[in-house]
Design a protein around this ligand. Structure first.
Ligand code: HEM
Length: 228
């Protein structure tokens, strides 16, 4: 066995383990986004924000959810670190200088841009946590009309008064959509859950999820902005 073959085998073996973790944390984050989207969608049904505040209060105080929150941040961190590692691995392995390399014929641009899309999402996420998570969990928010329930809706109203912030949130949803478009199917493949019988279904659900969830998320800042 030559040195380079050994090296490839080592990288391949290692990268499969990494991809498995990527898929696992990715599907966990997909589930989180679904719940997050459902709870926030309460702003569409009640313009006073009371319904949303009530749901957010449950999520913020329920002990099981709070424990899962620790898992969420750990999963998010593992997904980011692992993603950066895989991105570097793919970059080093890509035969860019070969004349026969035809990236457009072999994969979609967003599949090759997971590192870039993920980085844009990370920037969005830092901004997003500063907007909501920090006041909600650390610096504190004013109480709503319901005693003991803090007014997270008022925070949304303040944040989304700024059209530039609204635009950043909406643009971030495009990154999210494309990131999910590749990530959803890829996760099933990495976990070995793909099967010829179910591949078409996984693909359809993946495309539906990747369009619908970012679309609903994008509507939130727009709707709140228009309520001013
Ligand atoms: C665009 C519409 C969105 C709105 C209006 C929104 C709103 C919020 C609010 C109000 C919170 C605070 C919840 C609380 O502390 O009780 C929060 C937390 C959070 N959001 Fe979003 N979010 C949006 C999109 C997203 C997206 C696209 C992601 C991920 C890519 C995301 C990831 C998170 C995370 C990780 C937390 C912290 C979770 C926790 O531990 O409570 N959000 N969001």
């Amino acid at each position: 066995m030559t040195g380079s073959t050994k090296n490839t085998n080592y990288l391949l073996g290692s990268s499969i383990g990494r991809k498995f973790l990527m898929g696992l944390t990715g599907l966990f984050l997909v589930t989180f986004l679904l719940v997050h989207c459902f709870i926030n969608a309460m702003v569409f049904f009640d313009g006073t924000g009371a319904l949303f505040n009530e749901y957010a209060h449950f999520m913020g105080t329920n002990i099981i959810i709070r424990i899962m929150e620790i898992g969420l941040f750990a999963g998010l961190l593992a997904h980011i670190i692992d993603g950066l590692w895989l991105w570097k691995l793919n970059k080093d392995a890509r035969p860019e200088n070969y004349a026969y390399s035809q990236p457009n014929a072999n994969s979609k641009w967003y599949s090759r841009s997971m590192g870039l899309l993920g980085t844009l999402l990370l920037i969005f996420l830092i901004l997003h946590l500063v907007h909501f998570w920090v006041p909600s969990r650390i610096t504190g928010l004013a109480e709503s009309a319901v005693p003991g329930v803090h007014d997270l809706y008022a925070e949304m109203f303040t944040v989304f008064a700024n059209p530039i912030i609204v635009a950043i949130y909406v643009l971030a949803q495009f990154s999210l959509g494309f990131h999910l478009l590749h990530g959803f199917q890829s996760a099933f493949q990495s976990l070995g859950l793909n099967h010829t019988k179910y591949n078409a279904l996984i693909k359809t659900v993946g495309i539906g999820y990747s369009i619908l969830i970012p679309f609903i998320f994008a509507l939130m800042p727009i709707v709140i902005y228009l309520r001013h």
